[in-house]
Every structure is written in structure tokens, then in C-alpha cells.
Design a protein around this ligand. Structure first.
Ligand code: PHE
Ligand code: CO
Length: 288
């Protein structure tokens, strides 16, 4: 994919954002660690500290339990240093990428248990919000649960399922499942809803919003309903889908999606935030 390099940032030494010319044919690139500035490490430290302080009572217990294995609270980690812990834990490894990559290449990497991590970090002006993934989102949001055996297997199955969906022309439907689980998923715990989705866990403002605001709609995850639901990439979600435990993801994923795609191809999509007749929203707190 020929993407023009974007001239970016205060310093020409930072890993350049949007420069795909340094990537290999599978879109991976080496993490040019020496290119991070002290300001970049300070941004990482600030994001890490702020986000960690918000987790209690909002992030899923599995995420909180796995986070220490990421390490790296003080400086941007070397991917290889994380890999030395991740490979023996679940067989996953991190690979660097210059940014978002084409979906089939993304699916292929996941199917090989290789997780693409954007190697550049946001600027201080983007501390609170950035629309594209950066290294903080990818590492802090996604990587802790790659240490969890169930989530690790789900991610690989998703990658393999993506390659199949691409052949069936159904990647838009499957991408919604990724969005509403891996990126913005909520899980029911005994004392209330918690976040396990990376897009929530790496956001200071959406974390509390997703689990406790009365505004958004929360529904139980159901394959057809979830894959019919549109999503927004540039604002808080209007609908979240809730699971009871991570194993439920693997159980859903074991079905053959081909008949589902065929059925869904004839059905209209649903706007986010819409409660259909007969549906019951999930409350943020247990009833008693
Ligand atoms: N089982 C799905 C299929 O047959 C693939 C899949 C796996 C989808 C994991 C989502 C998550 O297409
Ligand atoms: Co993400």
C-alpha cells in the first residue's frame, strides 16, 4: 500500500508516524528504540500512571491481574523485553508496525499469534484523545490480556476467522465483533460491570463512562445483534456489549460463521444506541 510519509512532530528523530516505507511486505517494522526521546518516555510514564490509577473498580480483574506482566511503568518498553515474558506465557509475540495496516495483513499476523504494535507515541497535545492507535493504546490496552490463555486463544481464532471472512466478503461484520469485544467489551463481575476492551482501558475518560454512566446502552453480547450494530470511531460508544466471562468469547467463536454471514447479508444494520423492541438493557450494578 503506497502511503505517503507524513512529516510530523517537533523532532525528526522520533519513530516517524505514518511512514510505511520502513515496513516489510507483511507491514512489520523494527522498533527503532533509540529514536524515542525523553519527552516520549515522559508521555508514556504519564499515561501509564494516570491510567493505572483509574483501574480499580472499573477494569476487569483479569486485566488488573495481567497488567504487571507488561512491566514498563516508567519507560516505553522494548518489544523484545515484553516478548521474553509473553512467548513462554501464551506463545504470542509482539511485532512493530508503523500504524494501522490493511485488514488481511492484520488478520494474518493474529492467526500466527503475532500482535502488531504501533511503535510511535502520541504527542503531549494528544494525551487525552487520539483517534488512531499508538504504542500506549496497543501495549497498555491490548497486551496485558494476551497473557491470559483464553483471550490469547480468542485473538488467534479471530485472526483465522478474519482470513475466512475476507474470502466470504464479510470483514465488515466480523470487524464489529472485534470492536465490541476486543476494543470496547464489558464484562459482568459480582460487584458490577468492568471493562476488558483495549479502547476503553487505554482511555482516561471512557473508562468510567463505559462502566457507570447512565447514558450509553449496554446489551448482552449476542453474535447476530453485535455484528449488525454500527459503531463510531471518534466518540464514546453509544452501545456496549457485555459478557459474563472471557470463556464466553471462545464459545461464541467456535461456531461456523459462514451461515451467519449469509443471513446477515440480507439484514439491515442497527445504529449504535438503539434499543430494539423486546430488548432489555444490562444494568451497571447488580440489582441486589
Ligand atoms: N468461528 C468463526 C468462523 O467460523 C471465526 C471466528 C473466530 C470469529 C473467533 C470470531 C472470533 O468464521
Ligand atoms: Co486497539
Amino acid at each position: 500500500m503506497g502511503v505517503a510519509p507524513v512529516v510530523y512532530g517537533q523532532s525528526s528523530h522520533r519513530p516517524p508516524r505514518g511512514d510505511y516505507s520502513r515496513a516489510a511486505s507483511d507491514y512489520t517494522c523494527t522498533q527503532n528504540y533509540a529514536a524515542y526521546t525523553e519527552a516520549d518516555h515522559a508521555t508514556w510514564r504519564q499515561l501509564y500512571a494516570r491510567q493505572s490509577a483509574l483501574l480499580a473498580g472499573r477494569a476487569s480483574r483479569d486485566f488488573i491481574a495481567c497488567l504487571p506482566q507488561l512491566g514498563a511503568s516508567e519507560r516505553i518498553p522494548h518489544f523484545e523485553e515484553v516478548n521474553a515474558r509473553l512467548r513462554p506465557a501464551t506463545g504470542w509475540e509482539l511485532v512493530g508496525v508503523p500504524g494501522l495496516i490493511p485488514e488481511v495483513d492484520f488478520f494474518r499476523l493474529l492467526s500466527q499469534r503475532r500482535f502488531p504494535v504501533t511503535d510511535w507515541i502520541r504527542t503531549p497535545q494528544e494525551l487525552d484523545y487520539i483517534v488512531e492507535p499508538d504504542i500506549f493504546h496497543d501495549l497498555f490496552g491490548h497486551v496485558p490480556l494476551l497473557f491470559h490463555p483464553v483471550l490469547a486463544d480468542y485473538m488467534q481464532a479471530y485472526g483465522a476467522g478474519g482470513l475466512k471472512a475476507a474470502e466470504l466478503g464479510a470483514t465488515e461484520l466480523l470487524a464489529r465483533l472485534y470492536w465490541y469485544t476486543i476494543e470496547f467489551g464489558l464484562i459482568r463481575e459480582h460487584d458490577g460491570l468492568k471493562a476488558y476492551g483495549a479502547g476503553i482501558l487505554s482511555s482516561a475518560s471512557e473508562l468510567a463512562y463505559s462502566v457507570s454512566s447512565p447514558t450509553p446502552l449496554r446489551l448482552p453480547l449476542a453474535l447476530e445483534r453485535t455484528m449488525r450494530t454500527r459503531y463510531r470511531i471518534d466518540d464514546f460508544q453509544q452501545t456496549y456489549f457485555v459478557i459474563d466471562d472471557l470463556q464466553q468469547l471462545l464459545d461464541f467463536a467456535s461456531a461456523d460463521f459462514a451461515p451467519l454471514y449469509a443471513r446477515l447479508a440480507t439484514q439491515p444494520s442497527i445504529e449504535a444506541g438503539t434499543l430494539l423492541p423486546g430488548e432489555v438493557a444490562v444494568p451497571t450494578r447488580p440489582a441486589h
